[in-house]
Design a protein around this ligand. Structure first.
Ligand SMILES: [Zn+2]
Length: 455
């Protein structure tokens, strides 16, 4: 990684000797990339030698578009002891994530244009990751009155969601979908029937019975998904189902897609690597909402990823402090972090098992979420922003929450060995994170100019 920081700061250079992973074309090929003014200016077999530009040696590692994580909780404002926009951006850079959208369930809730702008400003100042806020559908997430979504869209909201809570009023949900349809904007549903899930700590099944803990039936998710699919069909609005964990929900989404409903869906890495039986350890770091479910659900999620029913993988990065999490399972809060493990988790579960080719798996965390959000990133193409991740797909490492750049350490993968590791992250063509072969890590903040997308 020698000279990468200095040379990338020059703004014009080549990266050579890389295995270029193109998630859209579905190819891996040896090649070089020319970066100019923060953009991918050329892709070639090798540097053309014109202009005597510096050449950064990728050393045969994989170069792919930076990850796009469309489900992150940054905890700012209100819970800055768990995470801030700045610390979350560090975690993102370390995880190879170059664009993330953050959820509005902060305190106060991101339900007005001033807060949307505030988050964007904080992110551009932190200078380690592109961050776009997702704004609340209803004021204070109360499901009573709709927020001013048009104003927040103009202020740069990437999408709308009450995530953390469902929109409990179906009529309000209908009107939100109708209103957002007029701007072709995205509504992200946290699908949960609060009456069915109330008081539950983990998935309701044989494992919860054995542990003597009150469960959350998968139907708490399923009936809410079914309701929102009906409303999307009725309104023609664009619906995205967050954190799908239940096999029944996969089936409902599959049928809705076949019927032409405008729906997309995500699942999270923890649902692909763990099941409810992992809670036999009583480990509160494996407690999240929706909960880890049964093997049959995991199988259905994997099948859904393979046939395209589930469009992408997002982390639902939800930081909590050790003090919060170090309680009995029943009292610990829901949520796990994920920004620094998503690439490795996807490679370990989908690629190294032979289930999926590398470019296709990478598309789940790059081109696919970017497409859903309507952002011009997540692609390895001339004219796209040079938001890039360099990684070693073969390096194995053991996950340690204590080593994370995130302010919180509540990873569900603690102690697990994952295969695939980020070596460098470039944002707008500039190195923001580097990890050399001795394991020395450096972060370089590159404050970026925040330009609103054209709506
Ligand atoms: Zn949620």
């Amino acid at each position: 990684m020698k000279n990468w920081s200095k040379d990338s700061a020059e703004g014009r250079y080549w990266i050579a000797g890389a295995r270029l992973v193109d998630p859209v074309a579905g190819t891996v090929s040896e090649g070089a990339i020319k970066v100019e003014e923060g953009m991918i200016a050329d892709i070639a077999a090798k540097p053309d030698g014109k202009g005597k530009l510096p050449v950064l040696d990728a050393g045969g590692l994989c170069l792919a578009p930076g990850l796009v994580d469309m489900h992150v909780h940054l905890r700012e404002p209100g819970h800055e002891y768990r995470e801030t926009v700045a610390t979350g951006s560090r975690a993102a850079a370390r995880g190879g994530v170059t664009t993330m959208t953050c959820m509005p369930n902060t305190n106060p809730v991101i339900d007005n244009a001033a807060l949307v702008r505030h988050i964007r400003e904080q992110a551009s100042r932190a200078g380690l990751c592109h961050v776009m806020p997702i704004a609340a559908i209803t004021l204070d997430l109360k499901s009573k009155r709709m927020s001013d979504m048009g104003e927040m869209l103009a202020a740069g909201a990437a999408a709308f969601s009450d995530d953390g809570r469902p929109v409990t009023d179906a009529s309000l949900m209908r009107h939100a979908l109708e209103m957002l349809r007029t701007w072709n904007a995205l509504l992200i549903s946290h699908s949960e029937d609060l009456n069915l899930s109330e008081g539950g700590h983990m998935h309701e099944g044989p494992a919860s019975t054995r542990l003597g803990l009150k469960g959350i039936p998968r139907e708490a998710e399923d009936v809410a998904v079914d309701r929102d699919l009906r409303l999307a069909r009725m309104t023609g609005g664009r619906l995205h189902i967050a954190h799908v964990s239940s096999g029944n929900s996969v089936e409902s989404i599959r049928r809705a897609k076949a019927d032409g409903v405008r729906v997309t869906a995500e699942t999270a890495p923890h649902y692909l690597l763990l099941t409810d039986e992992d809670l036999y350890s009583y480990d509160s770091h494996k407690k999240m909402n929706p909960p880890l479910r049964e093997q049959s659900d995991q199988d259905a999620l994997l099948a859904g990823l393979l046939d395209g029913t589930i469009d992408c993988v997002a982390t639902d990065h939800a930081p909590h402090t050790e003090i919060d999490k170090k309680r009995e399972l029943a009292y610990a809060p829901f949520g796990v972090i994920g920004l620094e493990t998503s690439l490795a988790a996807v490679l370990t579960r989908l690629v190294h098992t032979g289930m999926m080719e590398l470019p296709r798996a990478m598309a789940l965390v790059t081109a696919k979420p970017a497409e859903i959000l309507g952002l011009p990133v997540g692609r390895l193409e001339k004219g796209c922003p040079a938001d890039l991740v360099l990684f070693d797909p073969e390096e194995t490492w053991t996950v340690r929450g204590a080593e994370m750049a995130s302010l919180s350490a509540n990873t569900a993968f603690e102690g697990m060995e994952l295969k695939g590791r980020v070596r460098a992250t470039l944002l707008d063509g500039q190195l923001v994170f580097g990890r050399d072969s001795d394991g020395v890590e450096t972060f370089t903040s590159r404050p970026w100019r925040d330009e609103l997308p054209v709506i």
